[in-house]
Design a protein around this ligand. Structure first.
Ligand code: PLP
Length: 303
């Protein structure tokens, strides 16, 4: 079965799904994106993803290409047409097509929309989680607004490639003061010797992950101790457990950082338990949307 993509109003087989070479996403990385988990054919935590999308669009002054409720229909249709039961749906919105010029194009230029979906092998991901992954650290050379989920990912691309070249699955960015900011495509966590879960506070230095927020809610609900604060690479290496969170990986144990074993060198019990519990906290309801839930929802930077 050929995969199907939605491109600016049309559902097309992937090989015919193309964008204009003057699209500002292609020319200038002038766009934003979201990746939402699909389980059992349903979008998980859709409302949180849509609120983050609203924020990303707002921060870059890109207008909604269509009503959020219409976009919700497109997302579902792409999932359906690709017969994705378990996987992810990808959504990209750029400022649109215009002659290459740094300044914003006229208001009449419509934002471009692309949506794709793909299946994931849950068993393979669970096997990886049962073994844990290695992480390599790298200087955080990115711009100062990584809290916006833009398609400008060259810093992340270079970090991820560096990880691959040393046999690691993820790179952790380290700021100028030696503190871990986040992963190249995930948020970074450790569990201290006292059993306190630690992840960096959400400000301009990290992307505020939806998975991160779901886990924080879970910790609160379970009464587990956590702190939103910075941690250094050496604190991470000396910690009991480490893990990453993202829509792609959910909760993925980290067993080595820069070649050094974390804890026992095996995935931590707490990390695996949080992976198991993720869907108990994630919102699996399918009818989240109403125009007001986006417009009036909490600003993501408030929390
Ligand atoms: N940080 C970065 C740089 C990411 O690219 C991602 C996900 O792609 C995350 C964090 C985690 O975000 P989420 O949990 O919403 O997938």
């Amino acid at each position: 079965m050929s995969r199907v993509a939605y491109v600016n109003g049309c559902y097309l087989p992937l090989r015919y799904a193309v964008v204009n070479i003057e699209d500002r996403g292609y020319q200038l990385s002038d766009g934003v994106y979201e990746v939402c988990v699909v389980r059992g054919g349903r979008l998980i935590d859709e409302a949180r993803h849509m609120r983050r999308l609203a924020r990303s669009l707002g921060e870059l002054s890109i207008r909604w290409p269509m009503e959020p409720s219409a976009l919700a229909v497109v997302l579902r249709e792409v999932v359906r047409r690709n017969r994705v039961r378990d996987g992810a749906v990808y959504l990209q919105i750029t400022r649109g097509v215009a002659p290459r010029n740094h300044q914003f194009p006229p208001e009449t230029v419509k934002p471009s929309v692309v949506v794709t979906a793909r299946s994931v092998d849950i068993a393979a991901a669970d096997k990886t989680a049962s073994e844990g992954i290695a992480v390599v650290t790298t200087p955080d050379i990115r711009w100062k607004r990584v809290d916006i989920k833009t398609v400008s990912l060259i810093g992340n691309v270079l970090a991820k490639q560096k990880a691959k070249e040393v046999g690691a699955a993820e790179a952790w960015f380290v700021d100028d003061e030696g503190y871990v900011t986040e992963g190249a495509s995930s948020n970074a966590w450790i569990v201290t010797a006292d059993g306190v879960l630690v992840t960096r506070g959400a400000n301009n230095a990290i992307l505020r992950g939806v998975t991160r927020d779901v886990i924080l809610d879970l910790l609160q609900k379970k009464g587990l101790r956590f702190e939103e604060r910075r941690f250094t690479v050496s604190e991470a290496i000396e910690s009991n457990e480490a893990f990453i969170t993202s829509a792609g990986n959910l909760v993925m144990p980290v067993v080595r950082i820069d070649g050094k074993a974390i804890g026992s060198g095996r995935p931590g019990a707490l990390s695996l338990e949080l992976r198991r519990l993720f869907f108990t906290q994630a919102d699996q309801s399918s009818l989240w949307w109403s125009p007001s839930s986006i417009a009036d929802g909490p600003n993501l930077s408030d929390k």
